[in-house]
Design a protein around this ligand. Structure first.
Ligand SMILES: Cc1cc2nc3c(=O)[nH]c(=O)nc-3n(C[C@H](O)[C@H](O)[C@H](O)COP(=O)(O)OP(=O)(O)OC[C@H]3O[C@@H](n4cnc5c(N)ncnc54)[C@H](O)[C@@H]3O)c2cc1C
Ligand SMILES: NC(=O)c1ccc[n+]([C@@H]2O[C@H](COP(=O)([O-])OP(=O)(O)OC[C@H]3O[C@@H](n4cnc5c(N)ncnc54)[C@H](OP(=O)(O)O)[C@@H]3O)[C@@H](O)[C@H]2O)c1
Length: 469
């Protein structure tokens, strides 16, 4: 069993691991250790390190006292005042703080942090074995594309291990042109036929590609594992795979408050595929494994800041509406910190309305304490929707539909700003459509005029979206 808590540098800056084969021996040790655990979890003011406690219990339900100690420690820490990042089980959301002190990096709330991730070591090894490759061999890849300004697609010479670990996207689902090339390396004719078929443009070939690759989330390692007669040479695999891309995160802090740390809020990507495999997101898994430990140098991660247009209005008194369900809350945390900071400096701040939504209040209401505190102190007008806490779903969009007067007062009457962040697929479109409806009904405009109204807001930077899928 282990207890994770954090604050200073990453969500999980302290790891306390307690281990025992027999729970009856562990229990008295835990009772003895509780004051020490509590001490490790306290900050310099003697307060629990803000939020982010997570107790993980490992075990097997056939144990007589399955996870009893974990449950006990969890309960005791809660009684002592620690706050939980999540209730047990379910998805995991990370709050990570990057220390940029001494670097030349500068940021503003609304910017993005870009991170170069590193591929999973085990997956690299597996790919090497499937290609019968000696991973520490040094090689160079030369761009044959005459249009390319670069001689090599990535820094060369290098080893296959480095290329597969740092430069190539090995977990992306292979496109059909890759499968077509792989077909040439199949020892068995039926495997060759199969790969040619699913990479073809025939309708049933396309349908099979959709089912076998996309719906089953098979990356190149899974493809080679499931087609055992296919052994492509590693050079060709390195040539075929796309470059590993940096991952972007909406910065969830304000540099006014945190000039030397950049915060991000990221959901750990981890899911089971139809073939029974556990697929893990490259960047979020890499990040989740970086635990700072006392007495050891902090883990280092290659990052850069990407400037964005997603900005608070220049005047703090301008009213704003922010819609950010789930991780869409991230940039708004920075915005709110900034507005709070202005207020502390004695400036007048305009109405700041936040629409936040998550599945269950008790499970994924991220930054709950902070948001409730800002709301109590009158910094924000907080509107929350917990979609799965009742029979019928309630989304931020339902709240927006109820609040047409407030929306029109902000965007129509007071020239305020409107922001959306999070899911690009459905949420952002639904929110934009509601806004159109409000503009039409409250502003007495036609559909086309309402569209133009939003376009004008966009041009004036009064309507901004920071969305991804
Ligand atoms: C401008 C911008 C801002 C962003 N801000 C944030 C942010 O603040 N917080 C945040 O958490 N993310 C944010 N993202 C997303 C982030 O960049 C990464 O895409 C995300 O963290 C996943 O990266 P990864 O390397 O861990 O996963 P990858 O290895 O890239 O895998 C992700 C892919 O896995 C697949 N996938 C994921 N879940 C499932 C599933 N259940 N079933 C099947 N397939 C699945 C999807 O194809 C997905 O694209 C942002 C993206 C952009 C472009
Ligand atoms: N590329 C990636 O790997 C990656 C990583 C992280 C997030 N994302 C994307 O980012 C989005 C947000 O993810 P998240 O985990 O932060 O949030 P989330 O927990 O999936 O969603 C937040 C809340 O929004 C609700 N919701 C669903 N559809 C909505 C809609 N049309 N309008 C308003 N609210 C809606 C959800 O309700 P219900 O779930 O109960 O319907 C939930 O209560 C996801 O859609 C996901 O696709 C992608």
């Amino acid at each position: 069993m282990s207890v994770l808590a954090g604050g200073a540098r990453q969500s999980c800056s302290r790891l306390i691991a307690l281990n025992s084969i027999h729970q009856q021996y562990l229990a008295p040790i835990v009772v003895q250790c509780l004051p020490r655990i509590q001490q490790l979890l306290l900050d310099h003011r003697g307060k629990f390190r803000r939020k982010y406690l997570q107790v993980f219990g490992l075990g097997n339900k056939t144990y007589e006292h399955y996870n009893k100690v974990g449950i006990y420690v969890d309960k005791r820490l809660e009684e002592l005042g620690a706050n939980r990042l999540h209730k047990a089980g379910g998805r995991s959301c990370m709050h990570v703080e990057f220390d940029i002190e001494g670097s030349k990096m500068r940021y503003e709330a609304g910017d993005h942090l870009a991170m170069y991730p590193v591929n999973d070591r085990d997956l690299v090894e597996r790919l090497g074995r499937l290609c019968n490759a000696e991973l520490d061999t040094v090689f160079s890849l030369i761009n044959t594309d005459t249009d390319s300004s670069k001689k090599h697609p990535f820094p060369c010479p290098t080893t296959y291990r480095t290329a597969l670990t740092h430069y190539l996207e090995i977990t992306a689902l292979p496109r059909t042109h890759i499968l077509k090339e792989l077909a040439e390396y199949c020892g068995e004719e039926k495997d060759k036929e199969f790969l040619r078929f699913i990479s073809s443009t025939a309708p049933d070939g396309k349908a099979k590609y959709q089912e076998w690759v996309q719906d089953s989330c098979r990356n190149i390692v899974h493809v080679l594992e499931d087609i055992p007669s296919c052994h492509p040479p590693i050079d060709h695999v390195c040539e075929l795979l796309p470059r590993l891309q940096p991952r972007y995160y909406s910065i969830s802090s304000s540099s006014k408050l945190h000039p030397t740390t950049v915060h991000v809020t990221a959901v750990l990507v981890k899911y089971e595929t139809k073939t029974g495999r556990l697929n893990k997101g490259v960047a979020t898994t890499f990040l989740a494994e970086k635990h700072p430990n006392d007495g050891e140098p902090a883990p280092r991660v290659p990052i850069f800041i990407r400037k964005s247009q997603f900005r608070l209005p220049p005047k703090p008194e301008t009213p704003v509406i922010m819609v950010g369900p789930g991780t869409g809350l991230a940039p708004f945390r920075g915005f709110i910190q900034e507005r709070d900071h202005c207020k502390q400096e004695g400036k007048e701040i305009g109405q700041t309305t936040l629409y936040f939504g998550c599945r269950k209040r008790s499970e994924d209401y991220i930054y709950e304490d902070e948001l409730e505190d800002y709301s109590k102190r009158g910094i924000i007008n907080l509107r929350v929707a917990f979609s799965r806490d009742q029979e019928k779903k309630v989304y931020v969009t339902h709240l927006l539909e109820q609040d047409s007067d407030l929306i029109w007062s902000v965007i129509g009457e007071n020239k305020g700003h409107f922001y959306i962040c999070g899911d690009a697929k459905n949420m952002a479109t639904d929110v934009r459509n509601i806004l159109l409806k409000v503009i039409r009904s409250k502003g007495g405009l036609s559909e086309t005029e309402a569209q133009q109204y939003i376009k004008k807001m966009e041009a004036q930077k009064r309507y901004s979206a920071d969305v991804w899928s």
